[in-house]
Design a protein around this ligand. Structure first.
Ligand SMILES: [Zn+2]
Length: 356
């Protein structure tokens, strides 16, 4: 074989290999970056990010997952908040109307079982959650606050379906192990029958990313609560595996605007939370919050337009998919030209009758 012919043959083989690689890529791609398909890989390890969760429409109340990575927007305010007094419970806290009947049934059953319930806290807006989180930062420092409280946007309380229970008539469930009280034990055993699940069970910090909270229940409806209870999984695991469509990268992308938690120094006067602790890192909360709303680090589709309501529940990652298509088309075009060109070149070299 002459040199030009060898070249042409190699060119053609390379082209065929490229074509096969392209076909393989196209075949495999749906499994790599599925759009609108559930269960996007294994449950992400605990870390802190600010990725918008999907689905997050107000109608998706039962399956919207927020955790230390996933959040809703600042403007997420459920449209049907009603006071818990409508369920026969004391206090002015609010929950979504969709859960009021089951909350009433839960409270009545608990009272009948000599485990009367009160409400410590229920719906909290983004701004209210910020006050709560900042308060924990002031008391415990930033890194510890992350384990006992959700950053604003990341709280199930903002969904309007979470309730921190207490024993009726008591001041708070935060002293001792409330899970061992009559009300705590009754809830653990029975809450699922009324549509409530405990979001942060004992010993599951590696899965929930938060400390044990025996008082914190989230309403998901009776059917889903029964499924979660039967699965033995934490709600976070169950929602992630079955409903969450957000694409979460394994690690947070480095973003220059986010101050490193471990090294940032508190800026005196930068925080609204008065703190007796000289080592407080409260000033980082505004830094992180500002970056979350303005820059939205850590992944695609994390914009948080303050003006628009968070009603869409579409796939989170169309930009990535759209960006991949032109590149694939270009590869296909180049491969096509190489194959045609290689064949033409080989045929042209063969024509003078050199043979083998
Ligand atoms: Zn709570």
């Amino acid at each position: 074989m002459t040199a030009p012919l060898r070249t042409a043959t190699r060119l053609r083989r390379a082209s065929v290999a490229a074509l096969l690689a392209l076909v393989a890529t196209l075949l495999v791609q749906p499994a790599v970056a599925p759009i609108g398909v559930r269960a996007m890989g294994p449950l992400p390890a605990c870390r802190y990010d600010d990725i918008l969760t999907t689905p997050r429409g107000y109608g998706d109340w039962s399956i919207t997952l927020v955790d230390t990575i996933l959040r809703v927007t600042k403007t997420y305010v459920p449209p049907d908040l009603v006071p818990v007094s409508e369920a026969g419970l004391g206090g002015k806290d609010a929950v979504r109307l969709i859960m009021i009947d089951d909350l009433r049934a839960l409270a009545q059953a608990a009272a009948a079982a000599s485990a009367p319930l009160g409400v410590q806290s229920a719906y909290r807006s983004y701004a209210e959650q910020k006050i709560v989180f900042d308060g924990w930062v002031a008391r415990l420092g930033y890194s510890r606050a992350l384990q006992v409280s959700a950053r604003p946007g990341h709280s199930e309380h903002q969904l309007g379906v979470a309730v921190d229970f207490k024993t009726r008539g008591s001041t708070s469930p935060f002293v001792g192990d409330w899970g061992t009280t009559a009300a705590g034990k009754w809830l653990k055993a029975n809450a699922w029958q009324y549509g409530f699940v405990n979001s942060y069970p004992k010993g599951d910090i590696a899965l929930t990313c938060y400390d044990y909270e025996p008082w914190h229940y989230r309403y998901v409806g009776r059917e889903l609560a029964a499924q979660i209870n039967a699965s033995g999984l934490t709600p976070r695991q169950y929602l992630w595996a079955n409903f969450t469509t957000t694409v979460v990268p394994p690690k947070k992308a480095p973003v220059a605007t986010v101050a490193p938690v471990a090294t940032a120094k508190p800026a005196p006067g930068a925080t609204a939370v008065p703190s007796p602790s000289p080592t407080t890192l409260a000033s980082q909360v505004p830094i992180l919050s500002a970056s979350a709303s303005a820059v939205a680090p850590g992944g695609p589709a994390t914009q948080d337009p303050a003006a628009s309501p968070p009603i869409e529940a579409g796939p989170i990652d169309p930009a990535v998919a759209a960006g991949a298509q032109p590149a694939l088309l270009l590869i296909a075009a180049v491969t096509f030209v190489l194959i045609i060109g290689g064949g033409w070149l080989a045929a042209r070299r063969r024509r003078p009758g050199v043979g083998r």
